[in-house]
Write a new protein. Structure first.
Length: 583
């Protein structure tokens, strides 16, 4: 897999400083002014408002107390932003960890979770130092969509009990036994809890529809808490189950440590580290797509490791980068990592000042919040697209999804990755061969003044705002991230962009999805994007993933694309061509 523009390039290995300098240092070097700080204050407060109910809800769903969720967001989130390799990453407890943490609590107790979190932090630091962050790109896109959807199903199932106010002494952790136990206890459903849950969902959905800038989840929590208190509703609250939230952070202390305990929780620590690395780097990639920036993956892993060790020292849970809160941070106008640090500071202020008020929050309302989170986690459009894309992608997706739901996250990821690798080998075997009567190399040709076909010469493009690149070889999940980054950087300097796929025998869903992500950036920047030489198979894959006019323009040859670009330059202004660059 290669990408070239016909000009010589000197490949230079990045220095240690380039790999591991936190983005906070980069932002400060660029010049951080008062206006930037004010913007970060607003963004940090906005994210804190979103994180407040979620942090408590995730901790409760994980089998821990709500204050541990706040501690995770305060301590872990601060270090993620302070040391991270992404400008806008926001860290804290994640819904994806609910299943893993709950199982670890069940097997080893909360002390086991804290020890596993600290060990996961050490593993993440080691992974960063060994520069393993770049290898996360080898996880195929259907695997990430599948395990995310599977986690969402498990989270939703875990909230049924509190959502309906069911009384159940022992709730099984596995999905099918859980649903059977809940069905048997169906006669204990509390209509008051159901009413609180439904009202919370309606408020969140309604505000998202009509007032999207308002903090719907926090408003839903406040309204239902006030209603439950004013009407004396017989619903379980944080106060009745946990006795409230302490108004201070615990002093740092080493988790309970012994060789036997370390051996017992080591598999859980590995699972924590694996999921944290995947979640955080996916979140950083999403942030890059929204802002046009580029994160430092190994620096990000180092920061996640330090954050998890620090969280464990204060009695917190697993920390990772959070896509939803990172996106909220960006939309709120954050200028850099200071916004994420301030988000932690605002959560600390709440804990110090307003913690007693949390005792009135109904658990049914928090269950409603997590039910909405689970619904939003499922990438429904991408799930349907992958099912239609090809039989192989559908098999990888469904295998990962079903194994995550019924067996476990680790099995889902490992089997999904293995199936993705086998699928790639199969596709490579299919495209290997020699076609009869086909020249070994095809020349791009253009019509001259007499209508005769002439070889295409890249020198015909003298406009510095136009660049032509050719991708050669199989374009699959292993190369999508690297090629996407290269094209991203090129696109920042060009107004018209041609990428030739004539030498690409096939591309998979991960590569096509990478093209789709970069398209948003191209559209914002007004870059005209042309795809040339795409075979019917490649074009069909791109079209399936939304790479179609007006986002991208398909042409048979580079010469035709260049001619169209030149013609558009001299034509009267019309609607701008939308661009979708190739990874």
């Amino acid at each position: 897999m290669s990408i070239a523009d016909g000009r010589p390039h000197q490949i230079r290995k990045p220095t240690f400083a380039e790999l591991f300098t936190p983005k906070l240092v980069t932002v400060l070097r660029e010049g951080y002014r008062g206006a930037d700080f004010r913007a970060d204050v607003v963004a940090g407060l906005t994210v804190a408002i979103v994180a407040l109910p979620l942090s408590m809800a995730i901790a409760i769903a994980s089998g821990a107390t709500p204050d541990r969720g706040l501690t995770t967001a305060i301590i872990g989130g601060f270090f993620v932003s302070l040391l991270g390799g992404s400008r806008f990453q926001v860290g804290g407890p994640a819904g994806a960890f609910i299943v893993l943490v709950a199982l670890t609590v069940e097997r080893h107790g909360i002390d086991g979770v804290i020890l596993a979190t600290a060990m996961a932090g050490v593993l993440l630091i080691a992974a960063g130092l060994l520069r393993l962050g770049t290898y996360i790109k080898f996880i195929p896109y259907p695997v990430t969509v599948g395990f995310t959807a599977g986690i969402a199903v498990i989270i939703f199932a875990s909230q049924i009990k509190d959502f309906l106010g069911i009384t159940l002494a022992k709730e099984p952790s596995q999905l099918v036994p859980k649903l059977e136990a809940l069905a048997r206890a169906g006669d204990t459903v509390s209509m008051s809890a159901v009413a609180v849950s439904v009202i919370a969902v309606v408020i969140i959905a309604g505000l998202k529809r009509f007032r999207p800038a308002w903090p719907g989840m926090l408003i839903a929590i406040v309204v239902t808490a006030v209603a439950a208190w004013a009407l004396s509703l017989p619903v379980e609250t944080i106060g009745t189950r946990f006795g409230g939230i302490p108004r201070e952070l615990s002093w740092p202390a080493w988790p309970a440590f012994s060789l036997d305990k370390v051996q017992a929780v080591f598999p859980d620590a590995v699972a924590f580290a694996l999921l944290a690395s995947i979640e955080s780097l996916l979140s950083a990639v999403v942030a890059d797509g929204m802002t046009g920036r580029r994160h430092r993956s190994n620096c990000e892993l180092m920061a996640q490791g330090v954050a998890n060790v620090a969280s464990a020292l204060f009695g917190g849970l697993c920390v990772t980068g959070l896509i939803a809160r990172t996106a909220t941070n960006i939309r709120a106008g954050a200028r850099g990592p200071v916004a994420g640090m301030l988000h932690s500071a605002f959560l600390l202020l709440f804990m110090l000042i307003a913690a007693p008020l949390a005792s009135y929050i109904p658990l049914a309302a928090l269950a409603a919040v997590l039910a909405v989170v689970a619904w939003n986690m499922v990438e429904k459009h991408e799930f349907a697209t992958l099912i239609r894309a090809s039989r192989g992608d559908a098999v990888v997706l469904l295998a990962t999804f079903l194994l995550t739901v019924f067996r476990g996250l680790t099995e889902g990821i490992l089997v999904g990755f293995a199936l993705g690798a086998v699928l790639f080998i199969h596709r490579m075997a299919q495209i290997t061969g020699i076609e009869a009567n086909v020249p070994l190399a095809a020349e791009d040709r253009a019509d001259d003044a007499n209508g005769d076909r002439q070889p295409y010469d890249a020198a015909m493009v003298s406009d510095p705002d136009v660049v032509i690149y050719r991708i050669t070889g199989a374009f699959f999940f292993g190369a999508a991230s690297e090629v996407g980054s290269v094209l991203d950087a090129i696109m920042e300097r060009q107004k018209a962009f041609v990428v030739d796929f004539a030498a690409v025998p096939f591309l998979d869903s991960t590569a096509a999805n990478a093209i789709s992500r970069v398209a948003a950036k191209a559209r914002r920047q007004g870059v005209s994007f042309f795809i040339t030489g795409a075979s019917p198979v490649v074009r069909r894959a791109l079209l399936t993933h939304g790479v179609r006019p007006p986002r991208a323009t398909f042409r048979e040859t580079i010469a035709r694309a260049v001619a169209d670009i030149k013609a558009a330059r001299h034509a009267p202004p019309i609607a701008a061509i939308d661009a979708q660059p190739a990874p």
